[in-house]
Design a protein around this ligand. Structure first.
Ligand code: ADP
Length: 186
C-alpha cells in the first residue's frame, strides 16, 4: 500500500485496497444490503455465501421487517473471519434529487456508530450503492470518505477503516482521498 492509499485522521488510519471483503480479517465488515435484509446480488450475495445460512437466519429472526434506507443493523459474522457484519442500506440512485447524498452518508454514519457501540477497532467497507444501486462513483466516493472523516473527528475507538474495493471504484476513491487530504492540509 503506498501513501496515496492511506490517510491518518485523528487516531485512525483510513485505507483503500482492492480485494474481496469477505476475506478481510477485521473486527467488522459492512455489507451493502437492501432494506429487506434478505440477501441479494453483488457484495451482499458474496457475504451471505461466505458467512453461511446462519446469517440469513439471524436477520430473519431479529429484523423481520428489514431496516430503512440510510440505516444499519449488526449481526454476528458466522463463518466469516470478521466478528460482526454491519448491514448498511444505501440509496438507489434516482437522479440525485431524492436525498441520495444524505441517505448514503447516513448509511455510513449508522455503520460507524454501530461499530463504535460494539467496540470494534477495525472495520472494512465495500463501495455502498456504487454497484447495482447506480450511485455515481466520484460523488459516492467523496460522500463515503467525508462521512468517515467526520465520524473520526469525534470520539471513536476505531483504529482502521478500510475500503475494500473492486477495480471499477478504486480510482474514484483514490481521487476523493487525495482531494479531501488536500483540503485537510489547507
Ligand atoms: P449496491 O446495491 O449497494 O450498489 P453492489 O453489491 O451492487 O451494492 O455493489 C457495491 C460495490 O461492491 C460495487 O463496487 C461492487 O463491485 C463491489 N463488490 C462486489 N463484490 C464484492 C466483494 N466480494 N468485495 C468487495 N466489493 C465487492
Amino acid at each position: 500500500m503506498d501513501e496515496a492509499d492511506a490517510w491518518q485522521v485523528a487516531g485512525c488510519r483510513i485505507e483503500l485496497t482492492i480485494g474481496d471483503i469477505t476475506r478481510e480479517r477485521v473486527d467488522a465488515i459492512a455489507n451493502a444490503a437492501n432494506s429487506a435484509l434478505r440477501g441479494g446480488g453483488g457484495v451482499d450475495g458474496a457475504i451471505h455465501a461466505a458467512a453461511g445460512p446462519g446469517l440469513l437466519d439471524e436477520l430473519r429472526r431479529d429484523h423481520p421487517d428489514g431496516t430503512p434506507t440510510g440505516s444499519a443493523v449488526a449481526t454476528a459474522g458466522h463463518a466469516l473471519e470478521a466478528r460482526w457484519v454491519i448491514h448498511a442500506v444505501g440509496p438507489i440512485w434516482r437522479g440525485g434529487a431524492h436525498g441520495e447524498p444524505e441517505l448514503l452518508a447516513s448509511a455510513y454514519r449508522s455503520s460507524l456508530r454501530l461499530a463504535d457501540e460494539l467496540g470494534a477497532a477495525s472495520i472494512a467497507f465495500p463501495a455502498i450503492s456504487l454497484g447495482i444501486y447506480g450511485y455515481p462513483m466520484e460523488a459516492g466516493a467523496r460522500v463515503a470518505l467525508a462521512t468517515v472523516r467526520d465520524h473520526l473527528r469525534g470520539p471513536s475507538r476505531l483504529r482502521i477503516v478500510r475500503f475494500v474495493l473492486r477495480d471499477a471504484s478504486y480510482p474514484a476513491f483514490r481521487d476523493a482521498l487525495s482531494e479531501l487530504r488536500g483540503e485537510a492540509r489547507g
